[in-house]
Design a binder for this molecule. Structure first.
Ligand code: FAD
Length: 486
C-alpha cells in the first residue's frame, strides 16, 4: 500500500536518474550541462558503488597501432556471436572521445615516463588499450572526481541514501520515481542502478548489486534481455567462510605476467584468453584436483603497480609478493538487464537505462574486459541526451507494487542453481523464488538450451549456431520471446 510519505511530492525535473555510479553521475552531468534540471537518487552515498571498486580501467583504442575496428573485432569475438554489432560500433567509435573529454575535465590517468597515457593489457584484447588511474584504483579516482563535478552543478539535485522503490508507470509510459521519501515527477527516468552479480552468493560485487533496476523496470512494464548471461570472473580470492571470499583480483595482473598454477605449480591455461575460457579452464582444473582451488602467482608483479591488490591480499592474510594465492570463479558482471536501444530507450516510453543495469546487447554472451566503464560513459551520455527530448504527460495513480530486496536463501539458490555450470533440474527450482530477477534468470537460462559465453549448461554443453545473435527477452508477463537486434 502506498505509504503517505511516498505520496509526498518531491518536485518535477526534466530527468530523474536512479543511481550514483559512473553511469548515473555521468548522465546527470551531461543532462545538466545540456540545460536540463536533474534529480539524482542514490541508495548509497555517491562514492559507494561498483564503479568505485573498478580496478582495471576503461577500454578505448588510443594507441597509434590500435584502431576502433580492432577494438570492435575483439569485442565481437569475446561476445561469442551474440553481441549487437551496432552497439559495439557505437562503443568503439565514441570511446576515445570520452577519454579525451574526461582528461579535459581534469581526470588524472596514469602516464608513462614520456608523458603518454599508460595503456594496460587485459584478456581478449589484441592491443594494450586499458587506461587506468592510481594503479588499480581507477574506479575510486573516476567516481570521486565525477561526484565532485555533480555536487558543483546547480542544476543537479542529489538525494543520497534514498532508494527508488517503484516507478510511476501506467504500463506504457513512465512518469517518474517513487522513493521512501516521496515521489519525483519527470518525463524521463533513467535507471543507472548497477548490476546484479551480488544476487549470486559468491561474488566480487558490493552487496547492493542485486539488480533493483531490472526488477523496478519489469514491474513498470519494461522488457529485460540476456539474463542468462552473467560473467563469472576467473580470479576471485578463495578463502571460504571469510569476508574476503570472492574479492576480485584484477585481470590486469595477468596482463602484466601473473600466472595460474595447478597443485603441482604448473601452468594449465592461457591466462589472457577471454574470461569465459579462463573460467572454464579453472573449473575443469578444480574438478581434476578433487575440488581444491587453483593458485594465482603474482610474485613477479611489482606491488607498486597494483597497490590495492597487494593491500587486499595482505589484509586477507596472504603475502602476494612471496606465495601464489588461492583463486576460483565468482559472479562478477551481468551482461543482461533492462532491454534498451542505442539511446538507452526501454520498451516503455519515458523510461531509459544505462550502465550495468541496461542491456544494449553490447557484451553479447561474454563482456570483453574493461568495456563496461566505457559503456557507462558512452551510453550514459546518449541516454541523457535522448531523455531530455521527452514531454511530460498526465500523472497516473501511484502503483501499489513496491520493491522487496532478495533474502540470503535467494542468493544461495542463484549461486547453486544458476552458477558457472547449470542444468535444467536446478534452474527449474528458481521458478518459485520470491525475487523476480531470480525467477527471470532461471527462466532465461532454462530456455537457452546450449552453452555460450557465461552461460554453461552441463546438459547442453555445445553451442547451437542456430541461436547465434538471438536474444532471449523476458517480458513483463514472465514469458520469454526470441529476438534478433539490428
Ligand atoms: C570489483 C570490481 C572491479 C571492476 N573492475 C572493472 C574495470 O576495471 N573496468 C570496467 O570496465 N569494469 C569493471 N567492473 C565493472 C564496472 O565497475 C561496473 O560495470 C560499472 O561500474 C557499473 O556502473 P553503473 O554506474 O552502471 O553502476 P554502479 O557503479 O553499480 O552504481 C549503481 C548505483 O545505483 C544505486 N542504486 C542501486 N539500487 C538503487 C535504488 N533502488 N535506488 C536508488 N539507487 C540505487 C547504487 O547505490 C549505486 O549508486 C568492476 C566491477 C567490480 C565489482
Amino acid at each position: 500500500m502506498p505509504a503517505n510519505s511516498e505520496e509526498r511530492d518531491l518536485g518535477a525535473y526534466d530527468l530523474v536518474v536512479v543511481g550514483g555510479g559512473a553511469a548515473g553521475l555521468w548522465a546527470a552531468l551531461c543532462a545538466a550541462e545540456a540545460g536540463g534540471s536533474v534529480c539524482l537518487v542514490s541508495r548509497k552515498p555517491l562514492a559507494e558503488s561498483a564503479s568505485f571498486h573498478a580496478q582495471g580501467g576503461l577500454a578505448a583504442s588510443l594507441d597509434q597501432a590500435d584502431s576502433p575496428d580492432q577494438h570492435f573485432e575483439d569485442t565481437m569475438k569475446a561476445g561469442r556471436n551474440l553481441c549487437r554489432a551496432s552497439a559495439v560500433r557505437v562503443l568503439v567509435d565514441e570511446g576515445p572521445g570520452i577519454v579525451d573529454d574526461l582528461i579535459r575535465r581534469g581526470m588524472n590517468f596514469d602516464r608513462e615516463g614520456d608523458g603518454s597515457l599508460s595503456l594496460a593489457l587485459e584478456g581478449g584484447h589484441s592491443h594494450r588499450r586499458i587506461i587506468h588511474a592510481g594503479g588499480s584504483q581507477t574506479g575510486r579516482e573516476i567516481t570521486s572526481a565525477l561526484a565532485q563535478m555533480v555536487a558543483d552543478m546547480d542544476r543537479i539535485e542529489v538525494m543520497e541514501e534514498t532508494s527508488a522503490v517503484a516507478l510511476v508507470s501506467d504500463g506504457r509510459r513512465c512518469h517518474g520515481v517513487i522513493t521512501e521519501d516521496g515521489t519525483i515527477r519527470s518525463p524521463a527516468t533513467l535507471m543507472a542502478s548497477g548490476g546484479a552479480a551480488a544476487l549470486w552468493r559468491r561474488t566480487s560485487n558490493p552487496w547492493g548489486a542485486i539488480g533493483a533496476g531490472p526488477v523496478l523496470a519489469s514491474a513498470a512494464g519494461a522488457e529485460l534481455a540476456d539474463l542468462e548471461f552473467c560473467q563469472f570472473h576467473p580470479t576471485c580470492l578463495s578463502v571460504p567462510g571469510t569476508a574476503f571470499d570472492g574479492a576480485l583480483i584484477t585481470e590486469a595482473v595477468r596482463g602484466e605476467g601473473a600466472t595460474l598454477l595447478d597443485l603441482e605449480g604448473e601452468r594449465f591455461t592461457d591466462e589472457l584468453a577471454p574470461r569465459d575460457d579462463v573460467t572454464a579452464a579453472i573449473l575443469a582444473q578444480i574438478e581434476k584436483q578433487g575440488g581444491r582451488e587453483v593458485r594465482l602467482d603474482l610474485t613477479a608483479i611489482d606491488p607498486a603497480r597494483f597497490p590495492s591488490v597487494f593491500e587486499l591480499l595482505e589484509t586477507a592474510g596472504f603475502d602476494g609478493t612471496r606465495e601464489p594465492v588461492p583463486v576460483s570463479p565468482g559472479a562478477h558482471y551481468m551482461m543482461g538487464g533492462v532491454a534498451v536501444d542505442l539511446d538507452g530507450k526501454t520498451s516503455i516510453e519515458g523510461l531509459y537505462a544505462a550502465g550495468e543495469c541496461a542491456c544494449t546487447g553490447l557484451h553479447g554472451a561474454n563482456r570483453l574486459a574493461s568495456n563496461s566503464l566505457t559503456e557507462c560513459f558512452v551510453f550514459g551520455r546518449r541516454a541523457a541526451t535522448a531523455g531530455l527530448e521527452e514531454e511530460p504527460g498526465p500523472m497516473p495513480d501511484l502503483p501499489e507494487w513496491r520493491f522487496d530486496p532478495p533474502q540470503p536463501p535467494t542468493r544461495e539458490a542463484v549461486w547453486q542453481f544458476a552458477g558457472p555450470q547449470r542444468e535444467a533440474a536446478g534452474l527449474a527450482r528458481l521458478a518459485d523464488d520470491p525475487y523476480l530477477l531470480a525467477r527471470a534468470i532461471g527462466s532465461a537460462a532454462l530456455n537457452r538450451e546450449e552453452s555460450r559465453g557465461g552461460h554453461r549448461r552441463t546438459d547442453f554443453p555445445e553451442t547451437d549456431p542456430g541461436l547465434d545473435f538471438t536474444h532471449l527477452i523476458y517480458r513483463p508477463d514472465g514469458e520469454i520471446a526470441l529476438r534478433r537486434w539490428d
